[in-house]
Design a protein around this ligand. Structure first.
Ligand code: HEM
Ligand SMILES: *[C@@H]1O[C@H](CO)[C@@H](O)[C@H](O)[C@H]1NC(C)=O
Ligand SMILES: *[C@@H]1O[C@H](CO)[C@@H](O)[C@H](O)[C@H]1NC(C)=O
Ligand SMILES: *[C@@H]1O[C@H](CO)[C@@H](O)[C@H](O)[C@H]1NC(C)=O
Ligand SMILES: *[C@@H]1O[C@H](CO)[C@@H](O)[C@H](O)[C@H]1NC(C)=O
Length: 350
């Protein structure tokens, strides 16, 4: 009787466990339907409250998701702090003194752990944070599939390599996206995220004062706008902040594209999409500028595509307890013997 019961339990575990935990498991928008139904709501509330104090936060969280996904996939590798075994991505050139929202991500994790302990990955928390940020800023509802797991590694070298530079030409931007299997349409749609948030003046000083050593401003920058920008960004003010969108700085709308059409893109990498002669991106800029629905649905589609990059599913990776650190690892002691460290740090062999 007891044996039979055990067999049934074991069989049920194998059958039920087989699908969601097999290593080719797929992401699914309803992944937490049974294990953490309120997760989206919980994330929404934390981000909403934090945004009231910091209206820039939704932009920062969307960028954090992008910087996670472009470096060994959407696996929360960006959240790992420096430790003996981790070289954090947070100090990579595109991230250092630039990424924001890490503390809010930890607040979200705490709130989620309070309702569903040990269930929701930090990678999915970054994903849902991007989802609710878009909504809070007036952007599209992006119904992200979920079920990502968290990495055991980070890679600062890769962060330096993969994240595109604001001084890129269009060809370089396309190449950086192609590495992630994102195409030109994705590049144009995702760049529309530069409709909100801020940049450090550092990235545009050369455009304002001495473009490519010409001693003149960037000719693809509208002179009146350049003058406004010089007021915000004096030559000695690389750490000043400037809005991506001068009119609706915290709102997710299609203004990014109408700004490009009048040479008011902030970064060189932005203006390249419209001002590169003969580029195939120009038609897309015009289309998104004319039609917000077209932009929103393309943005949502490309965000989901970006959100699928290099995800860990099934039994790969782990669900971190604390987003800044991997869980305590089993340590291989010697051939065939595996020991695991308990919470107290004692070593017991299995
Ligand atoms: C196409 C290549 C891209 C380049 C070269 C680029 C570059 C940059 C730079 C230099 C900044 C300012 C950082 C600072 O001054 O600290 C920035 C900010 C931002 N980026 Fe991008 N980015 C790109 C694509 C994207 C994508 C794909 C997204 C999201 C889908 C994104 C979302 C943002 C947001 C929302 C901000 C403002 C963040 C804040 O205010 O905290 N960017 N980007
Ligand atoms: C992780 O590192 C960041 C700086 O990159 C720091 O602000 C934060 O306090 C660290 N978190 C923990 C839990 O040590
Ligand atoms: C990151 O920025 C800090 C200044 O805030 C600087 O001291 C540090 O050297 C930078 N790290 C890297 C790896 O560039
Ligand atoms: C990081 O990425 C680089 C470039 O792809 C690779 O050569 C290196 O082995 C990776 N390092 C780690 C620690 O995974
Ligand atoms: C512009 O930059 C070039 C090369 O970096 C330099 O030689 C030149 O003196 C600069 N011009 C001005 C006006 O600052």
């Amino acid at each position: 009787m007891k044996m039979r019961f055990l067999c049934v339990v074991v069989t049920a575990l194998v059958v039920l466990g087989g699908l969601p935990f097999s290593s080719d498991a797929q992401l699914d928008p309803f992944f937490y339907q049974w294990t953490c139904p309120p997760v989206r709501h919980v994330v929404f509330q934390v981000v909403e409250r934090a945004s009231q104090k910091d209206p820039r936060l939704p932009a920062s969280l969307v960028r954090l998701f992008f910087h996670d996904c472009f470096v060994q996939g959407c696996d929360a590798s960006i959240l790992l702090n420096n430790t003996a075994t981790i070289v954090s991505e947070q100090q990579a050139l595109p991230n250092n003194n630039s990424i924001r929202g890490l503390d809010v991500v930890n607040d979200i994790k705490t709130a989620v752990e309070n309702v569903c302990p040990g269930v929701v990955s930090c990678a999915d928390i970054l994903t849902i944070a991007a989802e609710v940020s878009s909504i809070l800023a007036g952007g599209p509802f992006i119904k992200f599939p979920l079920g990502r797991r968290d990495s055991l590694t980070a890679n600062r070298t890769l962060a330096n390599q993969n994240l595109p530079s604001p001084f890129s030409t269009l060809d370089q931007l396309k190449a950086a996206f192609a590495v992630q299997r994102l195409d030109t349409a994705d590049l144009v749609a995702l760049s529309g995220a530069h409709t909100f948030g801020r940049a450090h003046c550092f990235f545009i000083l050369s455009r304002l004062y001495n473009f490519s050593g010409t001693g003149r401003p960037d000719p693809t920058l509208d002179p009146a706008y350049a003058q406004q920008l010089r007021n915000i960004c004096p030559q000695g003010g690389p750490n000043n902040l400037v809005n991506f969108d001068p009119n609706t700085p915290d709102r997710f709308d299609k203004n990014y594209y109408s700004n490009l059409q009048v040479k008011r893109g902030l970064l060189q990498s932005d203006q390249e999409l419209f001002s590169t002669p003969g580029a195939d991106t120009i038609a897309l800029v015009n289309r998104f500028s004319a039609d917000q629905n077209a932009f929103f649905s393309s943005f949502a589609k490309s965000m989901i595509k970006m959100g699928n990059i290099g995800v860990l599913t099934g039994n790969r990776g782990e669900i971190r307890k604390q987003c800044n650190f991997i869980n305590r690892r089993s340590v291989e002691v010697d051939m065939g013997t595996v020991a695991s460290e308990s919470e107290e740090g004692m070593v017991s062999s299995i």
